[in-house]
Design a protein around this ligand. Structure first.
Ligand SMILES: Cc1cc2nc3c(=O)[nH]c(=O)nc-3n(C[C@H](O)[C@H](O)[C@H](O)COP(=O)(O)OP(=O)(O)OC[C@H]3O[C@@H](n4cnc5c(N)ncnc54)[C@H](O)[C@@H]3O)c2cc1C
Length: 339
């Protein structure tokens, strides 16, 4: 049975490198561990937070409850034929390790999402995505445990209600389920490769390579290493805000004042505007305030250069929200979970 520790420093457990403390902390490595934990007085009387790799979380203070660290490991084949394989991965498996497992075996479908930090269990939470691909396109089912009853529930892809950085687990079912494993469908041949993002094709051209599961993964890794700050070096949680979607009429009005405003039409004829561009236009890119700031190359990424607190980062985020609202009348929403 897993032990419950007290007053645990959360700094090693969040990529923003915030020095918050957890009143209680327990690591869950098996489903039996979780069931046992659900029976403890600490679980019954304290609020709880399920924690994966802490790469999409901002602690704005100490966590006065129980942090449940997910550590269920293992990747197994559920089914396969000549062209398709279905893999089940434990929720605590690092996402990038799973991608590397697929790339090494030439299983296609997740290569564009190489090097996204965090765990498998958190991937469906916000329907992670990068370079034109989202995890919802690969997820078959999500196994989750109802933390009030201990019952196991298998969610179909449809039941997960995936959207852009959204799922049912972030809304209606927030805090109600512990995701224990995720089952994904990958291709073994006739891969549907996605090089629609210019940077991928450019990188392939530079290296004179043809698209494959491996070369796309290598290209994505190279691009990400160039573009994004490594959380091991500078504390951050990737994109702090989601890209907002506005109505076409508002976009056209804005285009009159800002002819260079970028925008991408969505399926329902609204327009998605890059939040990074809006933030940059408000003069935030590269701003540093004490030990926190906005990354000099990526305005969407807020950073902790050293001893920054979550409270300060959240204040900065709110100032950014207010200035974008004032200049463009657009509401930005955090992608990061504010705790
Ligand atoms: C440098 C950097 C780059 C990034 N790039 C991308 C990107 O390209 N695309 C993208 O989509 N994201 C990106 N992210 C964000 C982040 O990597 C993902 O959101 C990731 O899925 C978070 O995983 P995690 O295990 O760290 O989750 P955590 O931060 O630990 O948790 C996130 C949320 O999920 C909940 N949760 C975690 N595990 C479980 C579980 N097993 N059951 C129930 N709830 C759970 C938590 O309670 C919390 O609400 C980036 C982050 C960084 C630092």
């Amino acid at each position: 049975m897993t032990s419950i520790q007290e007053h645990v420093d959360l700094l090693p457990y969040n990529t923003f490198k915030i020095a918050a403390k957890a009143k209680y902390f327990a690591t869950v490595s098996t489903i039996a561990d979780l069931h046992a934990l659900l029976e403890t007085p600490v679980y019954k009387h304290e609020k709880h937070l399920i924690l994966g790799g802490g790469s999409n979380i901002l602690f704005t203070g100490d966590f006065e409850g129980l942090v449940i660290k997910v550590d269920l490991k293992g990747i197994e084949t559920v089914w396969e034929d000549d062209s398709t394989i279905v893999l089940k991965s434990g929720a605590g498996e690092p996402w990038h390790s799973f991608v590397m497992f697929c790339v090494t075996n030439n299983y296609g479908g997740v290569e564009n999402m190489s090097l996204i930090p965090g765990t498998m269990g958190a991937a469906p939470m916000q329907n992670i995505g990068a370079y034109g691909v989202e995890v919802k396109d690969r997820i078959k089912t999500v196994e989750a445990i109802d933390v009030s009853t201990g019952e196991v529930h298998l969610f179909s892809n449809r039941e997960c209600e995936f959207g852009y950085r959204e799922s049912v687990f972030k809304h209606k079912l927030k805090g109600k389920y512990f995701i224990s494993s995720v089952t994904l469908t990958l291709t073994k041949k006739n891969h549907v490769l996605n090089t629609s993002y210019g940077a991928i094709q450019q990188t392939l051209d530079q290296h004179n390579t043809v698209p494959s599961v491996k070369t796309i993964s290598d290209a994505v890794i190279a691009i990400r290493q160039q573009k994004l700050p490594d959380p091991k070096v500078i504390g951050n949680a990737g994109s702090f805000f989601k890209n907002p979607t506005i109505e076409q009429t508002q976009y056209e009005l804005l285009k009159k004042s800002y002819p260079e405003i970028p925008g991408y039409f969505t399926e329902n004829q609204n327009v998605k505007v890059p939040a990074g561009w809006l933030i940059e236009q408000c003069g935030w890119k590269g701003k540093t305030l004490d030990s926190i700031g906005v990354h000099p190359h990526q305005a969407l990424v807020l950073v902790n250069y050293g001893n920054g607190t979550g409270e300060k980062i959240w204040t900065l985020a709110q100032d950014i929200l207010a200035s974008v609202k004032k200049k463009f009348a657009i509401d930005l929403h955090p992608e990061v979970n504010i705790i």
